[in-house]
Ligand binder design. Structure first.
Ligand SMILES: [Zn+2]
Length: 132
């Protein structure tokens, strides 16, 4: 994660994280949300993708507990990595922060944080706000 290198397609996403926002794309042709950032809609192949700011609310689809860190910027293991279905209809992989307990179906909200100390990158993580 220390070698995050935004390119022309992902720069607006990372600019959003730096501004404290989760920015996603929406297709101007079919209206569906898109993640990860890209130039063409994966649903209809339209090229009119526009950025919008997501509230960053979603539901845990699945998760796992990592017991070995892949990078110093990932923080200290063990930690929870989850697949999160955002309310806009896109799925993203992220970290669960703020506690050990997480379950499938839990509601989560965005928490942008640095996982590996002050010089690690700010990353979009999630916190459980409603456990089922
Ligand atoms: Zn589309």
């Amino acid at each position: 994660m220390a070698d995050l290198a935004p390119d022309v397609e992902t720069r607006p996403f990372w600019d959003g994280i730096a501004a404290g926002e989760l920015r996603l794309q929406r297709c101007g042709d079919c209206g569906r949300a898109v993640f990860y950032p890209r130039a063409l809609c994966p649903h209809c192949f339209g090229d009119r993708l526009e950025w919008f700011t997501s509230p960053g609310i979603g539901t845990v689809y699945s998760y796992t507990v990592a017991r070995r860190a892949f990078s110093p910027s990932a923080g200290e293991p063990p930690y929870t990595v989850a697949l999160i279905d955002l309310d806009e209809g896109v799925r993203m992989m992220s970290r669960i922060v703020g506690g050990d307990r997480v379950g499938i179906g839990d509601r989560v909200e965005l928490e942008i944080t640095r996982l590996g100390g002050d010089d690690s990158p700010e990353l979009p993580c999630f916190r459980v706000v409603e456990a089922i």
